[in-house]
Design a protein. Sequence first.
Length: 260
Amino acid sequence: MKTERITVSLAQITVFKGDVQKNLTMHLELIAQSARHNADVIVFPELSLIGYELELMKTRVLQPNSAVISELSNAAVMHNMVVIVGCPLPNKRPNDRLSEHSDKPSIGAIIVFPSGDVEFYNKQYLHEGEEVFCSAGSQNYSLSIKGFKLGLAICADFVNPQHAADMAKLNVDVYLVSALISTSGFDIDAGVLSNIAAQYKTPVLLANYASETGGYLACGKSSAWDTNGQLITLAKSTEVGIFVCHVSQCGKVASMAIPE
């Protein structure tokens, strides 16, 4: 049964290039902070454990038995929260399509649950140039929390209209986006996300970086759009911390920024 509302924490972060352990420490701190605000789920930006460092992906792949995943899982259990983290994943997972780039890792998400369960999602749609370093997944991903179904997109996923259409067919209640969006790209991408929210009458929530990573200056501005496509609020460009959104049964979104 769907509860009255769920609380989603969007982590807007700076990142240490390729340093999984330092970034993990930061993740654990923001997970604990989100728990103090009764978050049901926290989502981090794309490749949040290493930064958007495509050339480092092959040497930073996390295997399912990784100690890093165990620490994230322990935090999810301790704080009774779903945790969604970005990192490189092995691409040869069940049902992933094979391609000429099948020896390359995927831009992935680890989803750890309060039950101790761990699931994985591999980004399906790649920006031009990403195929040099990584391969694409082929399976949509959604999760259920307190009766709400959340569909997960990683960056370029939302640019391809097929992804949002697929999520709508799954009847998701919230469209979660883990991304790296630059200062020059925000206006265009915000328009796409607003249109998704309005077209499918589904709240859209975006977690973005607030620092340079991978040669891109991220714009911050983690955001929420309501079912009419209206921007509810906007984190500041350089603000680091969590951005807490309450999503009700009717799709209404209320939010607040909570800097570190």
